[in-house]
Write a protein that binds this ligand. Structure first.
Ligand code: DON
Length: 557
């Protein structure tokens, strides 16, 4: 059925990647979702740390200043490039399902998915991976002890800071669930109500938790008294965790997914993220077109058709690589992409198959991404999350952080959409010890003269935002422009091209509709992209933090 026609030439660029180690930028760039987190990263560098120590410092500081998006109660995917030996590594600090997980517990009496159980409170929480990831990075790649790289986060937590509007909005949006749990209310509410601008947020509990981690590493969190406190807190609220769930948790080192696109080398997240595979499928399809030579409406059409096909395979095949066999080599093969490309009509939308009952994917503006280049050319692209706003909103007394609600990233009921409208099947079913399928897509884009470090939050839209960011970087745009560009998205189901306002002109919307696309403009801004880049010809570094979000901070120094 599929004609395997190879269009264009896929240039092999891995030679470029090795050239990279011979040169150093001499200074550093960090872009993150918060000024205090970016400063924490530079503080680690000033102490003699490298990009990996800076990543630990930024990640821990974000736990304190942006807890609605990520934190030590959640997890993350950390893509590292070590310049000394040109090694690329992904640290998988994704959460895991507790052993007592039971898919039926997420269904109501009618057998429908009960989102209160997958979004809020103890049943929503998977075993956190963030701490194990940070400890691993510090011990294997950093130069500083954790007591130094965690110090800025501890100091900010003790001294306090004034939360920005995004943080305050998140508390207000989640206040009903926060009120269910006394320790959550004590931490995030001001005399029982959602705090307002001017409120100072002090969190000595998280400072003590970080101190334990600094002193004892994983043992300070996953074993002993602290682990007992977590298990007791989750179970007292109605959950079912054991000490073994915590002591069994391991961050994993995985080989990143790497492929070439029109002379550029892309290094990105492998499973348990779907991001890299879907990105490879989309770029392999697009590699057969010269996008610069088609008008904008047709460029959008081709990109949307590549998205539709990538997300269809996401729903069908992907899950935790330690549990599920996936046809990764096939899905990422240029020959497979050529077959998919042959199925794209040059100017007609392919209708997506309809699956029963889907939701429109709503943006839930949480999760966070940061990007770092240090003076030696080490790179970090890190996306970390507690999933939805303030995770499951449950703070275990005395700990200072919310647990994630990552159980919702599993296909809790096959074919029923999750919070991001994503569907899945057995490959992503909730099973003891499994990691839920992610969309987080921390990515390096390596060319002969320019290197980009890119990523964003945005749920199901992460992968398409990263795709558009990569294409803009390859077209020569700088980080400040890339992060500001309006975005569009298609995820197979629902069969709609959604777009930020300003992404398409009126004429482009007409042209897309004439091709059979349904276009839906969103009134809300998407994502929170943070990009850094290095132009090796000029020696310049650049940093861009999403101009949609006031707290973001991209700094070169
Ligand atoms: O891992 C994932 O794909 C999701 N937990 C990410 C959630 C997210 O980006 C929410 N933010 N908009």
């Amino acid at each position: 059925m599929k004609k395997c026609i190879l269009f264009g030439v896929l240039a092999v660029a891995s030679a470029l990647a090795s050239a990279q180690s011979t040169q150093k930028p001499g200074h550093a760039a960090i872009a993150s979702a918060h000024k205090l987190a970016t400063e924490a990263g530079f503080e680690a560098l000033a102490q003699g740390g490298n990009a990996f120590d800076a990543a630990v410092a930024v990640a821990a500081a974000l736990s304190v200043v942006e807890p609605q998006s990520s934190g030590i109660g959640g997890g993350g995917l950390f893509l590292l490039h070590q310049a000394s030996d040109s090694k690329d590594i992904m640290i998988d600090a994704r959460e895991t399902a507790p052993a007592a997980v039971d898919a039926k517990q997420y269904l109501d009496a009618k057998g429908d998915l009960d989102q209160d159980k997958s979004w809020n409170g103890p049943s929503a929480a998977a075993i956190p991976g963030e701490v194990a990831g940070l400890v691993w990075i510090a011990q294997h790649y950093g130069k500083l002890p954790l007591s130094k790289s965690l110090a800025p986060a501890m100091r900010i937590a003790r001294e306090g800071f004034q939360p920005d509007a995004r943080f305050l909005d998140a508390i207000s949006e989640r206040s009903e669930v926060i009120k269910r749990y006394p320790a959550s209310a004590a931490l995030y509410l001001d005399h029982g109500v959602a705090p307002r601008t001017g409120w100072t947020f002090v969190n000595p509990d998280i400072a003590r938790t970080l101190e334990l981690i600094a002193a004892q590493g994983n043992d300070g969190f996953y074993r002993g008294q602290f682990a007992q406190r977590l298990v007791d807190g989750i179970n007292a609220a109605g959950g079912n965790w054991s000490l073994k769930d915590l002591s069994d948790y391991q961050a994993k080192e995985r080989e990143p997914l790497a492929f070439d696109y029109r002379g550029w080398h892309i290094v990105t997240a492998p499973p348990p993220s779907s991001g890299g595979i879907v990105l490879a499928e989309m770029l392999n399809i697009l590699g057969g077109y010269d996008l610069a030579k088609v008008d904008r409406a047709h460029r959008i059409h081709l990109i949307v058709e590549s998205m539709r096909r990538g997300y269809r395979d996401r729903a069908a095949y992907l899950g935790d690589p330690d549990f599920v066999q996936m046809p990764i080599a096939e899905l990422t093969s240029p020959l497979y992409a050529a077959g998919l490309r042959a199925s794209i009509h040059p100017d007609k939308a392919t209708p997506s198959d309809l699956l029963p009952g889907y939701l429109n994917a709503a943006e839930r503006p949480h999760t966070t991404h940061f990007s770092i280049i240090d003076a030696d050319g080490n790179l970090v692209a890190a996306t970390q999350t507690v999933n939805l706003s303030l995770g499951d909103a449950l703070v275990v007394p005395g700990t200072g952080f919310v647990m994630n609600d990552e159980m919702d990233d599993f296909a809790l009921k096959a074919g029923t959409p999750n919070a991001f409208g994503l569907v899945g099947n057995e490959a992503n079913a909730p099973k003891a010890g499994r990691r839920p399928l992610s969309s987080m897509t921390p990515t390096f884009v390596i060319g002969a003269d320019r290197i980009g470090v890119i990523g964003t939050p945005g749920g199901s839209r992460i992968i398409t935002m990263v795709l558009e960011g990569i294409l803009a970087f390859i077209d020569g745009e700088l980080p400040a422009q890339i992060v500001a560009n309006p975005r569009y998205h298609h995820q197979y189901l629902p069969d709609v091209v959604s777009a930020e306002s300003g992404a398409f002109s009126k004429d482009e919307v007409k042209a897309l509709e004439a091709m059979g696309h349904k276009v839906n403009e969103s009134s809300h801004p998407w994502g929170f992209m943070n990009v850094v880049s290095w132009d090796r010809k000029s020696g310049k570094l650049y940093a861009g933090s999403d101009s949609r979000r006031a707290s973001g901070s991209g700094v070169v120094k």
